[in-house]
Design a protein around this ligand. Structure first.
Ligand SMILES: *[C@@H]1O[C@H](CO)[C@@H](O)[C@H](O)[C@H]1NC(C)=O
Ligand SMILES: *[C@@H]1O[C@H](CO)[C@@H](O)[C@H](O)[C@H]1NC(C)=O
Ligand SMILES: *[C@@H]1O[C@H](CO)[C@@H](O)[C@H](O)[C@H]1NC(C)=O
Ligand SMILES: *[C@@H]1O[C@H](CO)[C@@H](O)[C@H](O)[C@H]1NC(C)=O
Ligand SMILES: *[C@@H]1O[C@H](CO)[C@@H](O)[C@H](O)[C@H]1NC(C)=O
Length: 446
């Protein structure tokens, strides 16, 4: 593999095919990427608001990214006994060498976001594709099987709602499925920059399956920066699930919800028209500081409730809450070319990040348990947790890094000050494992 990928691809001469509608970054976008600071960059790798507002938005996330993580935590495993008794616990385990395991598709052929198509972008090492996740206790996690996935959701609508990590997983699923089965693009938003990746739906007609992505980085409705990078703040309506996905909620059979990064970065929060608090807003605005944990809980709760309220239509529904997938800037700035330059996973104990992600992850477990309790045992809605925090935290090698750019080391380019993506995963890459686990969750009897 690799030879064919090394041809330079001039983004400006590239003609979009019907299968790959326009997949290049404009020069302007690249300039924005280079000028990005961390907080915004984490938001969706497209940023350019005044430096001051971004510095003001320093978050707990930044603190952990700024760390070198020598701390080894002794906290217990993530799941309670009730979580594990019915099935394997995929949340804990280790990465074992399995040559070729993750070489499953060509991301250029499945509309993956350009900046995640590491092979096309010239990433020379491929060892990051040679690992599989082995859950603890010898529990098997089979390689992704597109036919099994599509059978498990035959006739159904699978919708991912959330931030750019949710999108990374949704695109991985499209790539894994479309490598094996014919598909049709049903719609895709048009617009500048990354918007074409933010709202889309595919159909897999052999199994009457639809897969959608709805970009709602707070799950609930957000205006301001979420809609326009030039605006300094996010205005987040905790009482209103994101309008486009909420409007489609009746049609969704399997919902995968994933958000946290934007909440860590802060926003001004509303209930109706009333401001109820803020996180990382300037002190002179005099808003009550509410941190990130409470809004995160409320956003998950509002979203799950929206899905449960529409389940009454007699249609069984599965709601999967995905946990936080941490980044690996490892004490470097986002425009340091050596940020996430590792080429192998961490070994057990080498770099335990649980202390960083535990709080954010546990909110998801709490909300899942609370929803089950509210729900009762006979409800049509099944609530599951897709816990990827540990497996993701062990893959500093799986990010695009500088290979988010097309051939970053090509003649005449300087990597000085070039932005590195140490948050999302290459496609193919470790994020495909999220979908291997999702498949097991969907196949599980309940
Ligand atoms: C991936 O697909 C693209 C577009 O079809 C093609 O140009 C490229 O050569 C493929 N790469 C490999 C390694 O097959
Ligand atoms: C990041 O690390 C540097 C050097 O260790 C330190 O001076 C700085 O205060 C840290 N920043 C944050 C936000 O923790
Ligand atoms: C919003 O206001 C309503 C009505 O006052 C209240 O019931 C609800 O709990 C509030 N929601 C939040 C997130 O504060
Ligand atoms: C915030 O509080 C200070 C001190 O009470 C006051 O002077 C200022 O006008 C307030 N700012 C806003 C935006 O309300
Ligand atoms: C659900 O079932 C369990 C055991 O079957 C029981 O302990 C629990 O109280 C039930 N919860 C509700 C909300 O009915």
């Amino acid at each position: 593999m690799g030879g064919a990928y090394l041809q330079p691809l001039d983004p400006h001469s590239h003609k979009a095919s019907s299968k790959n509608p326009g997949y290049f970054l404009s020069k302007t976008t690249c300039a924005w990427l280079v000028c990005g600071f961390l907080s915004l960059a984490l938001l969706h790798l497209l940023c350019c608001s005044p430096a001051g507002t971004q510095r003001a938005a320093l978050s707990p996330l930044l603190q952990y990214i700024n760390n070198t993580y020598s701390f080894v935590s002794t906290v217990p495993g993530p799941q309670s006994a009730e979580e594990t008794e019915r099935s394997c616990n995929y949340a804990v385990g280790n990465w074992v060498w399995a040559p070729g395991h993750a070489r499953r598709y060509n991301a250029t052929e499945c509309n993956a976001k350009e900046s995640h198509d590491c092979i096309r972008n010239g990433r020379p090492d491929t060892g990051y594709l040679d690992w599989r996740w082995q859950p603890a206790g010898g529990c098997p996690l089979p390689a992704f099987d597109a036919a099994k996935f599509l059978s498990a959701v035959r006739g159904k609508h699978v919708a991912f709602v959330g931030d750019s990590m949710a999108r990374n997983q949704a695109q991985s699923l499209i790539c894994l499925l479309s490598a094996a089965f014919p598909y049709r693009l049903l719609y895709r938003d048009t617009g500048p920059g990354p918007r074409k990746h933010n709202f889309w739906r595919y159909a897999f007609p052999h199994y009457d399956v639809r897969v959608s992505f709805y970009w709602y980085p707070f799950l609930v409705r957000a205006t301001g920066k979420a809609e326009d990078e030039r605006v300094p703040y996010n205005h987040v309506h905790l009482d209103q699930p994101g309008d486009r996905w909420a409007a489609d909620a009746d049609t969704i059979d399997v919902a995968v919800l994933g958000a946290a990064h934007w909440l860590l970065n802060g926003a001004i929060y509303y209930n109706g028209s009333e401001v109820i608090g803020a996180h990382y807003a300037p002190a002179e605005m005099n808003y009550t500081s509410v941190g990130y944990a409470w809004p995160l809980r409320v956003a998950y709760r509002a979203s799950v409730e929206r899905l449960m309220s529409t389940a009454a239509a007699g249609r069984p529904r599965t709601v999967v809450l995905a946990t936080f997938s941490p980044s690996h800037f490892e004490g470097k700035s986002t425009n340091d070319p050596t940020a996430c330059a590792k080429t192998e996973p961490y070994k057990e104990g080498e770099n335990d990040m649980e202390w960083m992600y535990r709080e954010v992850r546990d909110i998801v477990y709490d909300e899942a348990n609370a929803a089950r309790a509210r729900n009762g045992n006979d409800s049509a809605t099944r609530i599951e947790v897709l816990d990827v925090s540990k497996l993701a935290s062990m893959r500093p090698d799986g990010h695009p890094g500088l290979y988010m750019h097309d051939h970053p080391f090509a003649n005449g380019k300087t990597t000085q000050g070039m932005y590195s993506d140490c948050l999302h995963f290459c496609l193919p890459g470790p994020v495909d494992t999220f979908n291997e686990i999702l498949l097991q969750i969907l196949r599980k009897r309940w």
